[in-house]
Design a binder for this molecule. Structure first.
Ligand code: M6R
Length: 613
């Protein structure tokens, strides 16, 4: 996720900004940059792709000294990680600098309107448009910088945490927030802005958390918080007591827990600009398939590894249900070595958080040689997979630091739901009412996930009760069979206790032999077409005295009686239930690992990205 730091005061901003950027590195980034004033009162923007050291090398020989400045670490969402896409972004004449975290949904139409007025753009980002819009408003409306920023903000749809400076206003720094976090740091004769408190801790502990649709107008010895109508609003000054480690994790114990809690917000962002409730349709940032390419699709092969493979397996249930296209799912390590026949009309979908997984990459190279079209679902913009695929759907999960994938999995599922609407509508397989029901329920999912996050006590209690178990089963059916697989993988990889998932109907074909009165079995039993079948499987376990941990919807009297431990989740469409049901399993794995004293963010023997075969 992009990092923001800004300074206005009586010291040289350059070392403060560079130090702040170094403290923001933990968030993950692909490029960095800063803007300051040089000795002649001109704005300088310096930026570089790659590690922060590249930027430092560029800046050091210049011996810049400026009492105002903005710094940014970028994690690409629009446009590849290249020098010209790094922030800050400027206007046509280089007098404005803007840094931004978030996604501007309507940037394309605003950009086109500005281009028609003669503005020249030098990046592929949504952010640059903001600098030009401010430039245009300043020139056209003859207003102050503060007023021009406010008028610009009123035009933006989407999310932003922004920092703005202008060479004609060397004593003014403007910040604004909607949807993306932004903190103001208050010092003595100096003020700061930052995307989180971690870069501020060495400078000040007095902060204001800016609220949505608020602007901060900062001078060296003044901080005014205003709403988007320009009225000053009262804001609370907080005192931060966190140390740096706590601050980087947003106050959570571990990155994994932080990332689990980020999921509702991320999902809202994923829907933003893509779901059109009025039209009952979905659009992506760029064309992923032409109408002819969609028309000829007869078969889909999904390829992935690990958690992404389980997302792909769920993708099969989703795509087959909503589009009627037959789907196979293969592991990258299998597909690449098996003889495979493809015909015209085979679409290969590769799924990967990192976009660098060796087996997935080798598989898509093979698929391309066989003449297949390759569409990828990827988190990391600019990764090898994005470059080698014909088209890409970005999952927009932001950088995932915990080795155990959580938000990446959820957003991979989200991509499959969006794709199913996109293909289902285009292939006339999804009637209006089905699209309407699906999309209107999708936008409610973030709140349902939030509900699970707010009711973790039963999950913690379960973990406390069972953390000594040597082995456990995870059972699900239909859409939630992949959820069970993902839950068991999370359990294994971070708590180092054995866990196995089965399609519940498979139990009596062998695994049930292991059940005794000490054996925990996690059963996903939310309401839907396979509910009764799950109840039968639950009774089979109960008859063998296995310990039943049941994920259920509220007011389920049957399960209340059968369960040893019950974890409640809000009800949704059966087809969408994997998005909600995976959350308690992520948390269960987390707390099991915590009670077992494991290194949750860096589990032994595992790497975040598996770039070798
Ligand atoms: O980067 P990718 O999504 O391609 O990675 C695939 C797997 O290595 C990854 O999902 C792995 O299984 C995770 N550690 C699971 O939490």
């Amino acid at each position: 996720m992009c990092g923001i730091i800004g300074y206005i005061g009586h010291k040289n901003a350059v070392p403060i900004l560079l130090d702040g950027l170094a403290r923001l590195e933990y968030r993950g980034y692909d490029s960095s940059g800063l803007s300051v004033m040089n000795g002649r009162g001109n704005l300088r923007i310096l930026k570089k792709v790659g590690p922060l050291a590249n930027l430092v090398k560029l800046i050091e020989p210049l011996h810049l000294d400026s009492s105002i400045g903005l710094g940014h670490t970028r994690w690409a969402t629009h446009g590849r990680p290249l020098d010209h896409n790094a922030h800050p972004h400027g206007d046509c004449i280089g007098s404005i600098a803007v840094i931004h975290n978030g996604i501007i949904e309507n940037f394309q139409e605003l950009k086109e309107a500005l281009q028609k007025k003669g503005h020249r753009f030098s990046s592929d980002t949504d952010t640059e448009m903001i600098a030009h819009e401010i430039e245009e408003t300043l020139a056209k409306d003859k207003v102050t910088l503060e007023e021009a920023v406010r008028k610009t903000l009123q035009k933006l749809k989407g999310t932003y945490a922004l920092g703005v400076m202008h060479q004609a206003y060397p004593d003014l720094l403007i910040a604004a927030r909607k949807g993306s976090p932004l903190v103001i740091g208050l010092g003595k004769d100096e003020n700061f802005i930052a995307s989180d408190v971690s870069p501020l801790l060495t400078e000040t502990r007095k902060v204001i958390y800016l609220q949505d649709e608020q602007m901060a107008v900062l001078k060296r010895n003044e901080c005014k918080v205003k709403n988007l109508l320009g009225r000053t609003v009262r804001s609370k000054i907080d005192h931060v007591s966190w140390n740096l480690d706590q601050a980087e994790k947003g106050g959570f114990e571990k990155f994994m827990l932080k990332e689990i809690h980020e999921q509702p917000g991320i999902l809202k962002n994923v829907w933003m600009g893509r779901i059109d409730l009025k039209k009952g349709s979905v659009r992506f940032e760029s064309e992923i398939l032409t109408s002819l390419q969609i028309k000829v699709i007869r078969r889909v092969i999904i390829i992935a590894c690990g958690t992404a493979y389980y997302a792909g397996l769920c993708g099969k249930y989703i795509l087959e249900h909503y589009t009627n296209i037959p789907v196979e799912v293969d592991l990258g390590s299998e597909f690449r070595y098996r003889p495979i026949k493809v015909s015209r009309g085979t679409l290969v979908i590769a799924v990967s958080q990192s976009g660098e997984t060796a087996d997935t990459l080798a598989s898509i190279r093979k698929a391309k040689e066989l003449g297949c079209r390759v569409l990828s679902i990827v988190n990391v913009v600019g990764s090898t997979l994005t470059r080698e695929s014909h088209s890409v759907i970005y999952t927009q999960a932001g950088p995932e630091i915990g080795v155990a994938s959580t938000k990446a999995y959820l957003t991979q599922l989200a991509a499959f739901y969006l794709l199913s609407v996109y293909l289902g509508r285009a292939k006339h397989q999804m009637p209006d009412d089905v699209a309407e029901t699906l999309l209107s329920e999708l936008v409610k999912i973030p709140d349902k996930i939030q509900w699970v996050l707010d009711h973790q006590e039963s999950i913690k209690a379960c973990a406390k009760k069972y953390y000594r178990a040597k082995s456990s089963f995870y059972l699900g059916r239909g859409f939630n069979y992949p959820t069970a697989l993902e839950g068991a993988l999370k359990n294994k990889e971070i708590s180092y206790s054995h866990a196995e998932a089965y399609a519940a109907g498979e139990m009596k074909h062998g695994p049930i032999a292991l059940i005794d009165k000490t054996f925990p079995v996690v059963c996903i039993c939310t309401r839907g077409s396979v509910y009764e079948k799950m109840i039968s499987n639950v009774k089979e376990i109960q008859a063998r005295r296995g310990k039943l941990i049941i994920i259920a919807n509220s007011k389920d009297r049957v399960l209340e009686e059968l369960a040893d431990d019950r974890i409640e989740v809000p009800e949704t469409l059966e087809e969408l239930s994997p998005l909600v049901n995976v959350i308690p399993l992520q948390l269960l794995a987390y707390y099991l690992a915590l009670y077992r004293g494991c290194d949750i963010d860096r589990p032994r023997n595992l790497a975040k990205s598996v770039t070798v075969e």
